[in-house]
Design a protein around this ligand. Structure first.
Ligand code: TYM
Length: 341
């Protein structure tokens, strides 16, 4: 059975990269798959979060899902901490995953920085919890941006080792092809890697100290205009062909954003704007961004004015997610050999 799962961290500053790299695809997949979309609050606290800000961010990410067009009735939208099975399966996976595998995770190295001794144990185990998120629904497809690819590879390694370590028990239960599927990442859609507006070699990120590095989904039109006007460029006019973007990371990124927001190819965008000045192109990009993001921002504001409604959506989604997750955990406990009811 095909099942989609994906998650977004409620760590503030939901941005254009999250939107184009993930949320747009969440919406598109709904017509073909049964989908579970999760606000991963357990992942958020691997780095200290101000509790009041965390609460607000959980609701903001939920509002963004809904505003972008995720249907919480036909599919499932919930926050991770309400379904205890995620943490429960993560513990089992902590005992399946090898230290050597975790030591290769580049996101840990980036996030822990130089002071690794002082990083939380949770940050180190983060990918194991992510594997549990996915596999507790035995998800077959996971839409993500480019930066999460390595975590999906680890998820497959964990699934495979679990399937091997407990092969006789799994077969005895009648699962002929292993218990956990080999989950496929879906890295596609309009923009798999949106870069910082200040530095075309760095990805757009929630944690960049400069707010001018990203367009937040919560930004109003004036702020979007300011940020695009100030976005780094080079002195050359735009090229007419895609080849001409090589070695021009900032130009490439802005053209990519324009293409993604307009649903066109970069080549088409360059056919229109190539040879022209950046200022002309930036004005067009501002109009496009405000036009496409404005309605989503407005709907997020409207939804955020009614937190009780958001919380009800999450409670309902959690209840339905728990039904699926507890079914998997029941099997896992039997497979591993735990005694239970
Ligand atoms: P997070 O919260 O950092 O980002 C959410 C999604 O947005 C994508 N993304 C980007 N895509 C394109 N360009 C960018 N600049 C950009 N920045 C972020 C991410 O790839 C992601 O798809 N570990 C995950 C959350 C998670 C998860 C999961 C995802 C936890 N459990 C299970 C999938 C399945 C994360 O930190 O995403």
């Amino acid at each position: 059975k095909e099942q989609v799962f994906s998650g977004v961290q409620p760590t503030g500053n939901l941005h254009l990269g999250n939107y184009l790299g993930a949320i747009v695809n969440f919406v598109a997949l709904q017509s073909r798959f049964s989908c579970v979309y999760c606000v991963v609050d357990l992942h958020a606290i691997t780095v200290w979060q101000d509790p009041a800000v965390l609460t607000r961010s959980i609701r903001e990410v939920t509002a963004a899902f809904l505003a972008a067009g995720v249907d919480p009735k036909a599919h499932i939208v919930f926050n991770q901490s309400q379904v205890a099975e995620h943490a429960e399966l993560a513990w089992v996976f902590n005992c399946v995953a090898r230290l050597g595998w975790m030591n290769r995770m580049t996101q840990f190295k980036e996030k822990a920085g130089k002071d690794r001794e002082n990083a939380s144990l949770g940050l180190y185990a983060y990918p194991s919890l992510m594997a549990a998120d996915i596999l507790v629904y035995r998800a077959t497809h996971v839409p993500i941006g480019e930066d999460q690819k390595q975590h999906l590879e680890l998820t497959r390694d964990i699934a495979q080792k679990f399937n091997n370590d407990f092969r006789p028990q799994i077969e005895a239960k009648g699962f002929a092809d292993g218990f956990f599927p080999m989950t496929e990442p879906l890295i596609g859609g309009p923009a798999t890697r949106v870069m910082s507006l200040r530095d075309g070699t760095k990805k757009m990120s929630k944690s960049d100290p400069s707010d001018y590095s990203r367009i937040n989904l919560a930004d109003d039109s004036d702020t979007i205009a300011q940020k695009i006007k100030k976005a780094k460029t080079d002195p050359e006019p735009l090229p007419s062909e895609e080849k001409g973007l090589e070695g021009r990371a900032e130009a490439d990124n802005l053209v990519g954003i324009y293409a993604a927001l307009s649903g066109r190819q970069k080549a088409e965008v360059l056919a229109e704007f190539g040879g022209g000045q950046f200022s002309t192109f930036k004005t067009a990009l501002i109009d496009l961004a405000v036009d496409k993001l404005g309605p989503i921002t407005a709907e997020m504001r409207r939804l955020s004015a009614d937190p009780a409604h958001i919380d009800a959506v999450l409670a309902d989604g959690s209840e339905r997610a728990r039904v699926l997750a507890s079914e998997t955990m029941r099997h896992v406990k039997e497979i591993v050999g735990f005694v239970g009811r």
